[in-house]
Design a protein around this ligand. Structure first.
Ligand code: PAF
Length: 284
């Protein structure tokens, strides 16, 4: 069932809560793929009821980013959700979520701002304000749906770590369930933004996972100096790869690491043409 209004969702949630049912939420921006499907399946298995939100959240896009061209495929998304036994697809408009007015201005909205230390690196460095927009919308979705469990993909690991921190710091009574990255046979991590890749660019895109897998295999062979591990990446990079970052961070605090250990997550972002791709791997 697709619902577009917050009040309609609230009514349904009230009924479910009265019946003592557990609720799982999968927040998404739509263009659902097998990665999302794995989150949905986990929720359907674990919870009595599952809600998928489909909302291209304007306040998490920076000026000049792909807000307008971000793929919007609600009918197809709804089909996938129906086939997967999702109970509600919540697809609000920006107006429903943020009201009238200048939604890109802080003057019109109370924001949830994650700690500076978590956002001054990796994607937060080039996407200034992005995680404020993510935390704000996720908080709103949590309050609208009031789930017991919320499912997030490890593909956006910085986002997941920041959301876990927000939930802990603000005592939000929701358990966050991290779900592993789903990859194509080539190793390419599934992402709605892969739709932007032309066939020849897809071949270059495989470098991200190759770099990460190779770093992990070097680590498993005993190399822990992150500078040495970093060097191994260069064999996979061509002039078609514009490396934005390749960093080694603590899995929970995002602190930079000079010596890798089992709690180290390696994060990479590369631009291929004007398509920006991210990926990551835990060394454990
Ligand atoms: O990961 C995403 O798709 C988005 O950042 C999220 C969590 C749905 C918030 O808009």
């Amino acid at each position: 069932m697709i619902l577009h209004k917050i009040t309609e969702v609230r009514e349904k949630i009230k009924e479910w809560k009265k019946e003592g049912l557990t609720i799982g939420l999968i927040p998404t921006m739509g263009a659902l793929h097998a990665g999302h499907k794995s989150l949905i399946d986990k929720s359907v298995e674990k919870c009595d009821r599952t809600v998928v939100s489909v909302f291209v959240n304007p306040i998490q896009f920076c000026p000049g980013e792909d807000l307008d061209k971000y793929p919007r495929t609600l009918d197809k998304d709804n089909e996938l959700c129906e086939q997967s036994n999702v109970d509600i697809v919540f697809a609000p408009t920006p107006k429903e979520m943020y009201g009238e007015g200048h939604i890109l201005s802080n003057d019109f909205l109370t924001y949830v701002i994650p700690p500076y230390f978590y956002v001054n690196k990796l994607c937060g460095k080039s996407r200034v304000g992005h995680f404020d927009g993510v935390c704000t919308v996720v908080n709103k979705l949590f309050n609208i749906v009031q789930p017991d469990f919320a499912f997030f993909g490890e593909k956006d690991a910085q986002q997941l770590i920041i959301i876990k921190k927000m939930v802990k710091d603000l005592n939000i009574p929701i358990e966050i369930i991290p779900c592993p990255i789903v990859r194509e046979p080539s190793g390419l991590a599934l992402s709605s933004r892969n739709k932007y890749l032309k066939e020849e660019q897809k071949e270059y895109a495989v470098a991200l996972s190759k770099i990460l897998f190779n770093i992990k295999s070097c680590y498993k062979k005993g190399i822990t100096d992150t500078n040495a591990l970093l060097e191994t990446a260069y064999t996979y990079l061509t002039p078609n790869h514009n490396l934005e970052y390749l960093e080694f961070c603590d899995e929970n605090t995002l602190e930079g690491k000079s010596t890798a250990d089992d709690n180290t997550r390696v994060f990479i972002a590369v631009k291929i043409g004007d398509v920006r791709l991210i990926d990551n791997i835990l060394l454990k």
